[in-house]
Design a protein around this ligand. Structure first.
Ligand code: SAM
Ligand code: SF4
Length: 329
């Protein structure tokens, strides 16, 4: 259900003329997994936003033209109030879609309540279908059988969209990309392959190579016109009698930033205009000091005016990236 449209003010546009319609909100920097490629957040960046603060920021951004909100983390399902946060976002005038990204470990019990709370689109991170690999990629706490039960529960819960995201890791999971596609299609999900970004160690496998690997693993790819809200490019895949869409997110080798429509608020309550940027605008202290919407909106607009045309994630000389676990992908 879409709530009534918010009052009209000038919509958010970044300094390059790109309309900003998508907010990614990291609800916690904590995580039950330890993925090798995902950098931890510094101490104290754990859980900046209380439920009512998250709701206030969603209202603020919706009033500025944001139409989609994604809840992420760290691991958002560690927040006991996650369904409440999602319901607040879904009830916010102007918000058309509430999405969630999770590692799936707690999804078997949460898929139905989250759907009922108004989450309509779900992304589950699933890099491998092999338990021993999952343990080495994500740590001993990661339980593949539980995650797979979570995917089944998500498939049954009736989300408008279910995506299974895999970061492609050289020497890690590059030999099971075809299997991941077939698994996703069996569950009515779209498999998506993400190029590794330099938040942790490892060398990215370029999307062009991912496509060659898929072909070698029995997935024929054809062009497809499907476009989503984000930077993913879709193709139609076929493998034997099975077929479905496949998404590719070429964060490092492709035009990831073209048409970027998103803004992020991290678990520290600070705005990040770019995933690959180094700057943040601390909105939370302003909010706690009683700043009004006009003052907060001006801080947001100022940050977006300076947003770069392209990320410079690979440029180590510019200093370390902001930690992935506090930003949320
Ligand atoms: N914990 C949740 C999960 O894993 O789905 C949500 C947060 S996680 C930071 C969001 C997404 O970022 C996941 O799909 C994860 O695979 C991706 N990610 C983390 N580190 C990455 C990296 N270095 N390169 C590419 N994607 C990364
Ligand atoms: Fe946790 Fe997600 Fe990062 Fe893995 S990618 S450590 S599940 S926040």
């Amino acid at each position: 259900m879409t709530a009534a449209a918010p009052p009209q003010v000038a919509p958010l546009v970044d300094g390059r003329g790109r309309a900003v319609t998508y907010l990614r909100l990291s609800l916690t920097a904590r995580c039950n997994f330890r993925c090798t490629y995902c950098s931890p957040a510094p101490d104290g960046a754990d859980e900046g936003l209380r439920r009512e603060e998250a709701a206030r920021l969603v209202r603020l951004f919706a009033g500025l033209g944001v139409r989609r909100v994604r809840l992420t983390g760290g691991e958002p399902t560690l927040r006991p109030d996650l369904a409440g946060v999602a319901a607040d976002a879904a009830a916010t005038p102007g918000v058309e879609e509430v999405a969630l990204t999770t590692n799936g470990q707690r999804l078997a019990e949460l898929a139905a309540p989250l759907r009922a709370a108004g989450v309509s689109r779900l992304n589950v991170s699933l890099d491998t279908l092999r338990p021993e690999r999952l343990a080495s990629l994500a740590g001993r706490a990661a339980d593949l059988a539980r995650i797979l039960r979570g995917v089944e529960a998500a498939a049954a819960a009736g989300f408008a969209s279910l995506k299974l995201n895999a970061v492609v890791l050289r020497g890690g999971n590059e030999d099971e990309l075809g299997e991941l596609c077939r698994f996703a299609w069996r569950h009515g999900a779209v498999p998506r392959f993400i190029e590794l970004m330099p938040f942790g160690p490892g060398e990215p496998v370029p999307i062009a190579e991912v496509k060659r690997l898929l072909a070698a693993q029995g997935v024929r790819l054809e062009p497809d016109a499907t476009r989503g809200w984000g930077p993913a490019v879709h193709m139609r895949g076929r493998s034997g009698a099975a077929s479905g869409l496949v998404g590719f997110i070429g964060a490092m080798s492709e035009s990831f930033c073209e048409g970027c429509n998103r803004v992020r608020v991290g678990a520290d309550g600070a705005l990040r205009s770019c995933l690959g940027g180094r700057d943040r605008v601390p909105l939370l202290p302003m909010l706690r000091a009683g700043a009004g919407d006009a003052e907060l909106a001006e801080a947001v607009r100022r940050a977006l005016r300076d947003k770069a045309e392209r990320h410079a994630m690979g440029d180590a000389a510019r200093g370390p990236l902001l930690p992935m676990r506090g930003t949320g992908g």
